[in-house]
Design a protein around this ligand. Structure first.
Ligand SMILES: [Zn+2]
Length: 494
């Protein structure tokens, strides 16, 4: 599969087919709090290095952590959106290890009693739905960031930015329920969308606010026992996730087929070489000498608090899709597209509530709006067409005052100039100005010139009707009312 590793020499498909892949994902999402999890330093990406630090997050002796309630609330939100049980009692624990980005010498995490357990989400893969279990969701603090590039002395020195130290994280661990790299991709996509909808994280993979590690193993098809799993880190894009798993599966099968054994280890995805490389043998829980964090009280979540968080959960993507299909007669494809982000779905509903028909709005949003946004590289939040201008536009087309072909031109102008559709139509003389007698005249001429097609139509070939409509529309330069064209042609051809 790749030139860079002898371990993964090309394996024939028949051999690959003997094995089944087992994948579980561990996802870290930075929570969108104003301040860090155990101190009042700002939780903000992109500030000058080492400006958002204090004795607590620098781990200086004699300081004590104070838990940020908002971080617990956001993690509860995520837990409930992922169908997890939020426990009344959970506890922080110390995970001990030494690394320069961890000034205390331990990370405050949760171990035996996590905030939430036993949830699930449903993914869509090749048209079928599949439920992926979520083992647990726990809270922890992020470490600082080691910077190995970009400084004059980077060749000989490592630099550390402690701004990230103490950023609240929720770690979401899935069950090993995925069987293909594409399922892992679908799981991460679905999870990310839920977290964006609930506003718990901005899930920006480039900035590191969403990070993903994969546990990958293979076993012979039909085997009950799991194979030895390898943890693959550094999967900081959706594409890397999929490529790294594909690589790792072939590598493991290669090792097994040549009589070797998989060692339980942590491997790093190397994007430049398109391969995974061994980083360290996998540490076990006892290596971290976990013990309950003595500086923090156990976390207590009352029923009332949990209910309150549950009440503030927004409609989730899956529920919104189902409702859009039901309420507006949309196809699953339409609903998928319109719920891609919460803002996109909200905009759709605003337009519909202003009196434009749902299906027509969906069509114009999916075609012309997306095209205009893409062509001009405009993010949706900067969409220059207000919901009321959009609604007026759709109503204008639906009323037959302008044709769909003219509508496309008008829409592009609206996007460019923010003028109203009615203004553009009036100023440029784009209304359906072709009166019925002109349509009839054009239709008669076309029927006369195409006697062979008339014969086909009369012998029952309904498809030919489209040909006549197209010809009449062309003859009237796209400005005739399509309904009138249809009616007149039916009359003349019958
Ligand atoms: Zn601090």
């Amino acid at each position: 599969m790749t030139k860079s590793s002898s371990e993964a020499a090309a394996i024939v498909p028949e051999v690959l087919a003997k094995y089944e892949t087992v994948i579980g994902l561990e996802v870290h999402a930075q929570l969108l709090t104003n301040t860090k999890i155990f101190c009042s330093c700002a939780n903000r990406f992109g500030d000058a290095p080492n400006t958002n630090v204090c004795p607590v997050c620098l781990g200086l002796p004699g300081t004590l952590p104070i838990l940020n309630k908002r971080a617990v609330e956001l993690a509860m939100r995520a837990s409930l959106a992922l169908n997890c049980t939020v426990h009344e009692h959970s506890r922080f624990a110390r995970k001990n290890y030494f690394y320069p980005d961890l000034p205390k010498g331990y990370q405050i995490s949760q171990y035996e009693l996590p905030l939430a357990t036993n949830g699930w989400i449903e993914i869509d893969h090749e048209g079928a739905k599949k439920r992926i279990g979520i083992t647990r969701l726990h809270l922890e603090e992020d470490a600082a960031k080691n910077l190995h590039e970009g400084f004059s002395e980077s060749a000989t020195k490592a630099y550390i930015d402690y701004n990230r130290c103490g950023t609240p994280l929720s770690e979401i661990v899935s069950e090993p329920d995925m069987r293909e790299p594409e399922e892992a991709f679908a799981y991460l996509t679905t999870l990310r969308q839920i977290m964006l909808y609930t506003g718990i994280s901005d899930c920006n993979m480039e900035e590191g606010s969403l990070r993903c590690d994969a546990n990958v193993s293979v076993r012979l098809r039909g085997a009950k026992e799991f194979g030895t799993k390898v943890e693959v880190k550094n999967l900081n894009s959706f594409r890397f996730l999929q490529k790294a798993i594909e690589y790792e599966v072939e590598r493991q099968i290669g090792v097994l087929e040549s009589g070797g054994r998989i060692s339980q280890e942590t491997r790093l995805w190397n994007q430049d070489e398109s391969c995974t490389v061994s980083m360290r043998s996998k540490e076990k829980a006892h290596d971290y000498r976990y013990f309950p964090e003595p500086d923090l009280l156990p976390v207590h979540v009352s029923d009332a608090w949990r209910e309150e968080v549950l009440r503030t959960l927004p409609e989730l993507p899956e529920a919104k899709r189902a409702r859009f299909m039901r309420a507006y007669g949309l196809t699953p494809y339409d609903a998928e597209l319109l719920t891609a982000s919460r803002a996109f779905g909200d905009y759709f509903e605003e337009v519909v509530q202003l009196g434009a028909p749902g299906k027509a709005v969906a069509n114009w949003m999916q075609t012309e709006l997306i095209r205009c946004l893409n062509d001009s590289k405009t993010p949706f939040i900067e969409n220059p067409i207000s919901s009321s201008a959009f609604a007026d536009f759709v109503k204008l087309v639906e009323s037959g005052k302008i044709t769909a072909a003219v509508g496309k031109k008008v829409f592009a102008k609206m996007f460019e100039t923010s003028r109203s559709a009615a203004d553009i139509v009036a100023a440029e003389g784009l209304g359906s100005q072709v009166d019925e007698s002109a349509i009839e005249q054009a239709a008669r001429e076309i029927i006369e010139k195409n006697s062979d097609n008339v014969a086909k139509f009369k012998s029952g070939n309904e498809g030919v009707f489209k040909f006549f409509v197209g010809q009449v529309m062309r003859a009237t330069r796209g400005q005739a009312n399509p309904q009138a064209v249809n009616d007149i042609l039916r009359k003349l051809l019958s």
